[in-house]
Design a protein around this ligand. Structure first.
Ligand code: FCB
Length: 417
Protein backbone atom coordinates (compact mmCIF):
# COMPACT_ATOMS: atom_id res chain seq x y z
CA UNK A 1 0.00 0.00 0.00
CA UNK A 2 1.32 3.43 -0.98
CA UNK A 3 0.11 6.64 0.70
CA UNK A 4 0.28 9.97 -1.08
CA UNK A 5 0.01 12.98 1.20
CA UNK A 6 -1.37 16.30 -0.07
CA UNK A 7 -0.32 19.71 1.32
CA UNK A 8 -2.10 20.96 4.45
CA UNK A 9 -4.35 23.61 2.90
CA UNK A 10 -5.16 21.66 -0.27
CA UNK A 11 -8.81 22.29 -1.22
CA UNK A 12 -11.08 19.35 -1.99
CA UNK A 13 -14.51 19.59 -3.49
CA UNK A 14 -16.80 19.38 -6.48
CA UNK A 15 -18.20 21.80 -9.05
CA UNK A 16 -21.59 22.65 -10.55
CA UNK A 17 -22.98 25.39 -12.80
CA UNK A 18 -26.21 27.36 -12.49
CA UNK A 19 -27.94 26.28 -15.69
CA UNK A 20 -27.09 22.63 -15.16
CA UNK A 21 -28.39 22.30 -11.61
CA UNK A 22 -30.57 25.20 -10.50
CA UNK A 23 -33.69 24.75 -12.59
CA UNK A 24 -35.98 27.51 -13.84
CA UNK A 25 -33.34 29.51 -15.72
CA UNK A 26 -34.28 31.76 -18.65
CA UNK A 27 -31.36 32.29 -20.98
CA UNK A 28 -30.25 31.51 -24.54
CA UNK A 29 -29.79 27.84 -23.68
CA UNK A 30 -33.28 27.32 -22.20
CA UNK A 31 -34.75 28.99 -25.30
CA UNK A 32 -32.65 26.88 -27.68
CA UNK A 33 -33.49 23.66 -25.81
CA UNK A 34 -37.21 24.10 -26.41
CA UNK A 35 -36.63 24.81 -30.08
CA UNK A 36 -34.26 21.86 -30.60
CA UNK A 37 -35.35 19.08 -28.21
CA UNK A 38 -37.31 17.08 -30.79
CA UNK A 39 -34.46 17.28 -33.30
CA UNK A 40 -31.87 16.20 -30.74
CA UNK A 41 -34.04 13.23 -29.70
CA UNK A 42 -34.38 12.07 -33.29
CA UNK A 43 -30.66 12.50 -34.03
CA UNK A 44 -29.71 10.23 -31.09
CA UNK A 45 -30.13 7.21 -33.37
CA UNK A 46 -27.19 8.25 -35.54
CA UNK A 47 -25.12 10.06 -32.93
CA UNK A 48 -24.61 7.33 -30.33
CA UNK A 49 -23.31 3.76 -30.42
CA UNK A 50 -25.76 0.84 -30.07
CA UNK A 51 -24.56 0.11 -26.51
CA UNK A 52 -25.20 3.71 -25.50
CA UNK A 53 -28.65 3.71 -27.12
CA UNK A 54 -29.54 0.55 -25.27
CA UNK A 55 -28.22 1.71 -21.91
CA UNK A 56 -29.76 5.19 -22.07
CA UNK A 57 -33.12 5.06 -23.88
CA UNK A 58 -33.93 8.51 -22.40
CA UNK A 59 -31.86 9.94 -25.24
CA UNK A 60 -34.81 9.30 -27.61
CA UNK A 61 -37.19 11.45 -25.59
CA UNK A 62 -37.47 15.16 -26.28
CA UNK A 63 -37.85 15.99 -22.57
CA UNK A 64 -34.31 14.70 -21.97
CA UNK A 65 -33.07 17.81 -23.78
CA UNK A 66 -34.96 20.41 -21.75
CA UNK A 67 -33.21 21.63 -18.61
CA UNK A 68 -36.54 22.54 -16.93
CA UNK A 69 -36.24 22.19 -13.18
CA UNK A 70 -32.88 20.33 -13.49
CA UNK A 71 -31.84 19.35 -9.92
CA UNK A 72 -33.95 22.12 -8.35
CA UNK A 73 -30.71 23.11 -6.65
CA UNK A 74 -31.95 26.73 -6.55
CA UNK A 75 -34.33 25.61 -3.81
CA UNK A 76 -32.35 22.71 -2.41
CA UNK A 77 -28.84 24.14 -2.08
CA UNK A 78 -28.85 23.83 1.74
CA UNK A 79 -29.55 20.11 1.54
CA UNK A 80 -27.01 19.67 -1.28
CA UNK A 81 -24.32 21.47 0.73
CA UNK A 82 -25.11 19.19 3.68
CA UNK A 83 -24.13 16.34 1.37
CA UNK A 84 -20.93 18.11 0.29
CA UNK A 85 -20.03 18.62 3.94
CA UNK A 86 -20.82 15.01 4.80
CA UNK A 87 -18.53 14.03 1.93
CA UNK A 88 -15.64 15.96 3.45
CA UNK A 89 -15.51 18.75 0.86
CA UNK A 90 -13.62 21.86 1.94
CA UNK A 91 -14.36 23.86 -1.21
CA UNK A 92 -17.19 24.14 -3.73
CA UNK A 93 -17.34 25.70 -7.18
CA UNK A 94 -20.66 27.03 -8.47
CA UNK A 95 -21.80 29.70 -10.90
CA UNK A 96 -23.99 32.74 -10.60
CA UNK A 97 -26.68 32.95 -13.26
CA UNK A 98 -26.27 36.26 -15.10
CA UNK A 99 -29.86 36.09 -16.44
CA UNK A 100 -31.19 36.10 -12.86
CA UNK A 101 -28.98 39.00 -11.70
CA UNK A 102 -29.58 41.20 -14.76
CA UNK A 103 -32.85 40.04 -16.34
CA UNK A 104 -33.11 43.32 -18.27
CA UNK A 105 -30.18 45.36 -19.48
CA UNK A 106 -28.90 47.56 -16.66
CA UNK A 107 -31.61 46.40 -14.23
CA UNK A 108 -30.06 44.37 -11.46
CA UNK A 109 -32.20 42.21 -9.22
CA UNK A 110 -31.32 42.61 -5.53
CA UNK A 111 -33.51 39.63 -4.61
CA UNK A 112 -31.31 37.34 -6.67
CA UNK A 113 -28.16 38.83 -5.14
CA UNK A 114 -29.71 37.97 -1.81
CA UNK A 115 -30.28 34.41 -3.01
CA UNK A 116 -26.61 33.97 -3.86
CA UNK A 117 -25.63 35.64 -0.58
CA UNK A 118 -27.59 32.89 1.15
CA UNK A 119 -25.77 30.30 -0.99
CA UNK A 120 -22.42 31.76 0.10
CA UNK A 121 -23.46 31.91 3.74
CA UNK A 122 -24.64 28.30 3.57
CA UNK A 123 -21.19 27.28 2.32
CA UNK A 124 -19.37 29.34 4.93
CA UNK A 125 -21.53 27.85 7.71
CA UNK A 126 -20.35 24.43 6.60
CA UNK A 127 -16.70 25.46 6.44
CA UNK A 128 -16.64 25.19 2.64
CA UNK A 129 -14.62 27.72 0.59
CA UNK A 130 -16.57 29.03 -2.41
CA UNK A 131 -15.13 29.37 -5.92
CA UNK A 132 -17.59 31.59 -7.77
CA UNK A 133 -17.90 31.42 -11.54
CA UNK A 134 -19.52 34.48 -13.10
CA UNK A 135 -20.29 33.05 -16.53
CA UNK A 136 -20.80 29.38 -17.22
CA UNK A 137 -21.98 29.78 -20.82
CA UNK A 138 -25.43 31.30 -20.29
CA UNK A 139 -26.41 34.77 -21.52
CA UNK A 140 -29.46 36.79 -20.53
CA UNK A 141 -31.97 36.98 -23.38
CA UNK A 142 -31.56 40.75 -23.82
CA UNK A 143 -27.87 40.20 -24.52
CA UNK A 144 -28.64 37.38 -26.91
CA UNK A 145 -30.82 39.78 -28.88
CA UNK A 146 -27.80 42.05 -29.24
CA UNK A 147 -25.70 39.18 -30.65
CA UNK A 148 -24.75 37.33 -27.45
CA UNK A 149 -21.03 36.63 -27.24
CA UNK A 150 -20.57 38.23 -30.65
CA UNK A 151 -22.10 41.50 -29.53
CA UNK A 152 -19.55 44.29 -29.86
CA UNK A 153 -20.21 45.18 -26.23
CA UNK A 154 -20.08 41.67 -24.74
CA UNK A 155 -16.96 42.49 -22.69
CA UNK A 156 -18.42 45.78 -21.48
CA UNK A 157 -21.71 44.18 -20.41
CA UNK A 158 -19.94 41.30 -18.73
CA UNK A 159 -17.55 43.55 -16.80
CA UNK A 160 -20.48 45.67 -15.57
CA UNK A 161 -22.31 42.58 -14.34
CA UNK A 162 -19.11 41.23 -12.75
CA UNK A 163 -18.51 44.54 -10.99
CA UNK A 164 -22.05 44.62 -9.68
CA UNK A 165 -21.85 41.08 -8.30
CA UNK A 166 -18.40 41.67 -6.77
CA UNK A 167 -19.56 44.93 -5.17
CA UNK A 168 -22.46 43.09 -3.52
CA UNK A 169 -20.92 39.74 -2.68
CA UNK A 170 -17.20 40.49 -2.53
CA UNK A 171 -17.12 40.23 1.27
CA UNK A 172 -18.11 36.59 1.02
CA UNK A 173 -15.82 35.60 -1.86
CA UNK A 174 -12.07 35.26 -2.23
CA UNK A 175 -11.88 33.17 -5.43
CA UNK A 176 -13.55 34.39 -8.61
CA UNK A 177 -13.66 32.61 -11.94
CA UNK A 178 -14.72 35.02 -14.66
CA UNK A 179 -15.48 32.79 -17.65
CA UNK A 180 -15.90 29.04 -17.92
CA UNK A 181 -14.08 27.37 -20.80
CA UNK A 182 -14.20 30.06 -23.50
CA UNK A 183 -12.59 27.67 -25.98
CA UNK A 184 -15.34 25.06 -25.55
CA UNK A 185 -17.88 27.70 -26.53
CA UNK A 186 -15.74 28.79 -29.46
CA UNK A 187 -15.46 25.18 -30.68
CA UNK A 188 -18.97 23.91 -30.04
CA UNK A 189 -21.16 27.00 -30.46
CA UNK A 190 -19.30 28.85 -33.23
CA UNK A 191 -17.30 26.21 -35.10
CA UNK A 192 -19.09 22.84 -35.00
CA UNK A 193 -22.51 24.43 -34.53
CA UNK A 194 -23.63 21.91 -31.88
CA UNK A 195 -24.56 24.51 -29.26
CA UNK A 196 -26.48 27.75 -29.47
CA UNK A 197 -26.23 29.92 -31.51
CA UNK A 198 -25.22 26.97 -33.74
CA UNK A 199 -22.82 28.82 -36.03
CA UNK A 200 -20.10 27.37 -38.20
CA UNK A 201 -17.77 30.22 -38.82
CA UNK A 202 -13.98 30.31 -38.66
CA UNK A 203 -14.04 34.07 -38.61
CA UNK A 204 -16.53 34.34 -35.74
CA UNK A 205 -14.58 31.70 -33.81
CA UNK A 206 -11.27 33.46 -34.25
CA UNK A 207 -12.69 36.84 -33.23
CA UNK A 208 -14.17 35.36 -30.05
CA UNK A 209 -10.77 34.64 -28.53
CA UNK A 210 -10.18 38.38 -28.39
CA UNK A 211 -13.70 39.06 -27.11
CA UNK A 212 -13.41 36.56 -24.28
CA UNK A 213 -9.92 37.75 -23.37
CA UNK A 214 -11.19 41.33 -23.25
CA UNK A 215 -14.16 40.28 -21.10
CA UNK A 216 -11.92 38.41 -18.68
CA UNK A 217 -9.42 41.24 -18.37
CA UNK A 218 -12.16 43.84 -17.86
CA UNK A 219 -13.82 41.74 -15.15
CA UNK A 220 -10.42 41.02 -13.57
CA UNK A 221 -9.79 44.74 -13.33
CA UNK A 222 -13.24 45.62 -11.95
CA UNK A 223 -13.02 42.94 -9.28
CA UNK A 224 -9.51 44.03 -8.29
CA UNK A 225 -10.56 47.68 -8.16
CA UNK A 226 -13.02 46.65 -5.44
CA UNK A 227 -10.74 44.23 -3.63
CA UNK A 228 -7.03 44.08 -4.29
CA UNK A 229 -6.76 40.78 -2.42
CA UNK A 230 -9.34 38.98 -4.55
CA UNK A 231 -8.04 35.96 -6.45
CA UNK A 232 -9.29 36.03 -10.02
CA UNK A 233 -8.82 33.56 -12.86
CA UNK A 234 -10.79 31.92 -15.66
CA UNK A 235 -11.67 28.26 -16.09
CA UNK A 236 -9.65 26.81 -18.91
CA UNK A 237 -10.34 23.43 -20.47
CA UNK A 238 -6.94 21.93 -21.27
CA UNK A 239 -6.62 18.97 -23.59
CA UNK A 240 -4.00 16.28 -23.60
CA UNK A 241 -2.30 15.77 -26.97
CA UNK A 242 -0.04 13.07 -28.33
CA UNK A 243 1.41 12.24 -31.73
CA UNK A 244 0.55 8.72 -32.87
CA UNK A 245 4.11 8.40 -34.11
CA UNK A 246 6.97 10.44 -32.67
CA UNK A 247 8.66 9.95 -36.03
CA UNK A 248 5.94 11.69 -37.99
CA UNK A 249 6.49 15.45 -38.22
CA UNK A 250 2.94 15.80 -39.57
CA UNK A 251 1.48 14.18 -36.45
CA UNK A 252 3.71 16.43 -34.38
CA UNK A 253 2.60 19.56 -36.20
CA UNK A 254 -1.00 18.60 -35.47
CA UNK A 255 -0.13 18.27 -31.79
CA UNK A 256 1.58 21.66 -31.72
CA UNK A 257 -1.33 23.35 -33.49
CA UNK A 258 -3.88 21.67 -31.21
CA UNK A 259 -1.95 22.74 -28.15
CA UNK A 260 -1.73 26.30 -29.33
CA UNK A 261 -5.36 26.76 -30.37
CA UNK A 262 -6.95 24.80 -27.53
CA UNK A 263 -4.63 25.28 -24.57
CA UNK A 264 -2.36 28.23 -25.02
CA UNK A 265 -4.09 30.98 -26.92
CA UNK A 266 -6.48 32.13 -24.18
CA UNK A 267 -3.63 31.96 -21.66
CA UNK A 268 -1.40 34.10 -23.86
CA UNK A 269 -4.13 36.66 -24.43
CA UNK A 270 -4.83 37.02 -20.71
CA UNK A 271 -1.19 36.90 -19.56
CA UNK A 272 -0.65 39.13 -16.53
CA UNK A 273 -4.34 39.10 -15.61
CA UNK A 274 -4.60 35.79 -13.78
CA UNK A 275 -3.97 35.34 -10.06
CA UNK A 276 -4.20 31.59 -10.49
CA UNK A 277 -4.49 29.11 -13.32
CA UNK A 278 -7.06 26.39 -13.70
CA UNK A 279 -7.23 23.00 -15.35
CA UNK A 280 -10.44 21.39 -16.56
CA UNK A 281 -9.41 18.07 -17.97
CA UNK A 282 -11.59 15.63 -19.93
CA UNK A 283 -10.01 14.86 -23.28
CA UNK A 284 -7.00 13.07 -24.70
CA UNK A 285 -6.31 13.52 -28.42
CA UNK A 286 -4.04 11.20 -30.34
CA UNK A 287 -3.19 12.58 -33.79
CA UNK A 288 -2.34 10.51 -36.82
CA UNK A 289 -2.20 12.97 -39.68
CA UNK A 290 -4.66 14.17 -40.90
CA UNK A 291 -7.04 12.82 -38.26
CA UNK A 292 -7.71 12.27 -34.60
CA UNK A 293 -7.30 8.57 -33.93
CA UNK A 294 -9.52 6.41 -31.75
CA UNK A 295 -7.91 3.24 -30.46
CA UNK A 296 -10.46 0.53 -29.83
CA UNK A 297 -8.90 -0.96 -26.70
CA UNK A 298 -8.88 2.18 -24.54
CA UNK A 299 -11.15 2.60 -21.50
CA UNK A 300 -13.95 5.11 -21.98
CA UNK A 301 -16.84 6.67 -20.09
CA UNK A 302 -20.58 6.49 -20.88
CA UNK A 303 -20.14 9.26 -23.44
CA UNK A 304 -17.37 7.33 -25.19
CA UNK A 305 -14.68 9.76 -23.99
CA UNK A 306 -11.34 8.00 -23.52
CA UNK A 307 -10.08 7.81 -19.94
CA UNK A 308 -6.42 8.85 -19.87
CA UNK A 309 -5.35 9.96 -16.36
CA UNK A 310 -1.71 10.51 -17.31
CA UNK A 311 -2.77 13.42 -19.51
CA UNK A 312 -3.38 15.68 -16.53
CA UNK A 313 0.22 15.20 -15.40
CA UNK A 314 1.65 16.52 -18.68
CA UNK A 315 -0.81 19.42 -18.69
CA UNK A 316 0.16 20.44 -15.16
CA UNK A 317 3.87 20.16 -15.89
CA UNK A 318 3.47 22.50 -18.85
CA UNK A 319 1.75 25.12 -16.67
CA UNK A 320 4.71 25.32 -14.29
CA UNK A 321 6.43 28.01 -16.36
CA UNK A 322 3.70 30.50 -15.45
CA UNK A 323 4.71 30.31 -11.78
CA UNK A 324 1.13 30.69 -10.56
CA UNK A 325 -0.99 28.58 -8.21
CA UNK A 326 -3.10 26.03 -10.05
CA UNK A 327 -6.54 24.65 -9.23
CA UNK A 328 -8.07 21.69 -11.01
CA UNK A 329 -11.52 23.23 -11.27
CA UNK A 330 -13.12 20.33 -13.19
CA UNK A 331 -12.31 16.68 -13.83
CA UNK A 332 -14.86 13.91 -13.96
CA UNK A 333 -16.69 11.32 -15.98
CA UNK A 334 -20.13 10.16 -17.02
CA UNK A 335 -20.56 6.80 -15.32
CA UNK A 336 -24.15 5.90 -14.47
CA UNK A 337 -23.19 2.52 -12.98
CA UNK A 338 -20.43 4.08 -10.82
CA UNK A 339 -18.11 1.33 -12.03
CA UNK A 340 -15.15 3.44 -13.11
CA UNK A 341 -15.48 6.62 -11.06
CA UNK A 342 -13.39 5.64 -8.05
CA UNK A 343 -10.41 4.46 -10.10
CA UNK A 344 -10.81 7.49 -12.34
CA UNK A 345 -10.52 9.88 -9.39
CA UNK A 346 -7.68 7.99 -7.74
CA UNK A 347 -5.65 7.66 -10.91
CA UNK A 348 -6.04 11.32 -11.82
CA UNK A 349 -5.08 12.30 -8.27
CA UNK A 350 -2.00 10.08 -8.37
CA UNK A 351 -0.82 11.82 -11.56
CA UNK A 352 -1.65 15.24 -10.07
CA UNK A 353 0.39 14.31 -7.01
CA UNK A 354 3.33 13.33 -9.19
CA UNK A 355 3.21 16.68 -11.00
CA UNK A 356 3.26 18.38 -7.59
CA UNK A 357 6.31 16.40 -6.54
CA UNK A 358 7.90 17.73 -9.69
CA UNK A 359 7.07 21.33 -8.89
CA UNK A 360 3.54 22.08 -10.13
CA UNK A 361 1.88 24.31 -7.53
CA UNK A 362 -1.52 22.59 -7.44
CA UNK A 363 -3.72 23.81 -4.58
CA UNK A 364 -7.08 22.18 -5.07
CA UNK A 365 -9.19 19.61 -6.91
CA UNK A 366 -12.86 19.91 -7.84
CA UNK A 367 -14.56 16.80 -9.16
CA UNK A 368 -17.22 17.44 -11.85
CA UNK A 369 -19.84 17.22 -10.52
CA UNK A 370 -21.40 17.16 -7.08
CA UNK A 371 -24.74 16.13 -8.60
CA UNK A 372 -25.97 14.41 -11.72
CA UNK A 373 -27.13 17.30 -13.86
CA UNK A 374 -28.14 18.67 -17.24
CA UNK A 375 -25.28 17.96 -19.65
CA UNK A 376 -25.97 20.68 -22.25
CA UNK A 377 -26.91 19.36 -25.73
CA UNK A 378 -26.80 15.77 -24.41
CA UNK A 379 -29.40 16.40 -21.74
CA UNK A 380 -29.86 14.38 -18.60
CA UNK A 381 -28.63 10.91 -19.48
CA UNK A 382 -24.87 11.36 -18.88
CA UNK A 383 -24.42 10.90 -15.15
CA UNK A 384 -21.43 12.80 -13.81
CA UNK A 385 -22.52 13.10 -10.16
CA UNK A 386 -20.86 12.00 -6.95
CA UNK A 387 -24.49 12.09 -5.91
CA UNK A 388 -27.12 10.40 -8.03
CA UNK A 389 -30.25 12.45 -8.72
CA UNK A 390 -33.68 11.04 -9.56
CA UNK A 391 -34.94 13.86 -11.78
CA UNK A 392 -38.59 12.84 -11.29
CA UNK A 393 -38.59 12.89 -7.48
CA UNK A 394 -35.46 15.02 -6.88
CA UNK A 395 -34.24 12.33 -4.53
CA UNK A 396 -30.48 12.33 -3.92
CA UNK A 397 -28.40 9.21 -3.34
CA UNK A 398 -24.69 9.23 -2.52
CA UNK A 399 -22.75 6.96 -4.89
CA UNK A 400 -20.17 4.54 -3.41
CA UNK A 401 -17.31 6.32 -5.22
CA UNK A 402 -18.32 9.55 -3.45
CA UNK A 403 -17.66 7.87 -0.12
CA UNK A 404 -14.24 6.74 -1.28
CA UNK A 405 -13.48 10.26 -2.51
CA UNK A 406 -14.69 11.52 0.88
CA UNK A 407 -11.96 9.48 2.59
CA UNK A 408 -9.34 11.18 0.44
CA UNK A 409 -10.81 14.62 1.18
CA UNK A 410 -11.03 14.00 4.91
CA UNK A 411 -7.56 12.41 5.30
CA UNK A 412 -5.86 14.70 2.76
CA UNK A 413 -4.25 11.55 1.55
CA UNK A 414 -4.61 9.10 -1.30
CA UNK A 415 -4.10 5.42 -0.60
CA UNK A 416 -3.04 3.32 -3.55
CA UNK A 417 -2.93 -0.46 -3.74
C1 FCB B 1 -17.21 20.89 -19.00
C2 FCB B 1 -18.22 21.94 -18.63
C3 FCB B 1 -19.22 21.47 -17.60
C4 FCB B 1 -19.67 20.03 -17.87
C5 FCB B 1 -18.49 19.13 -18.09
C6 FCB B 1 -18.85 17.69 -18.35
O1 FCB B 1 -16.61 21.17 -20.23
O2 FCB B 1 -17.58 23.09 -18.12
O3 FCB B 1 -20.29 22.36 -17.57
O4 FCB B 1 -20.55 20.03 -18.90
O5 FCB B 1 -17.73 19.60 -19.17
Amino acid sequence: MKKLQFPKKFLWGAATSSHQVEGGTKNQWSKWEKENAARLASEAKTKWQPWQQEKFPEMFEAENYISGSACDHYNRFQQDFDLAKELGHSAHRFSIEWSRIEPEEGKFDEKEIEHYRQVLIALRERGITPFVTLWHWTNPLWLEEKGGCESRDFAKHFAKYAEFVASKLGNEVEFWITLNEPTSVIASAYLSGAWPPAKRSYLASWKLYATFAKAHVAAYQSIHALDENAQVGFANILHSFAAYSEKSWLDKIMVKTGRHVANKRMLNLTEGFNDFLTVQYYFHNRFKFPKKLRLADKPENDLGWEIFPEGIYHILKRLKVHKLPIYVTENGLADAGDEKRMDFIKEHLAWIHRSMEEGADVRGYFYWSLLDNFEWDKGFWPRFGLVEVDFKTQERKIRPSALEYAKICKNNELELE
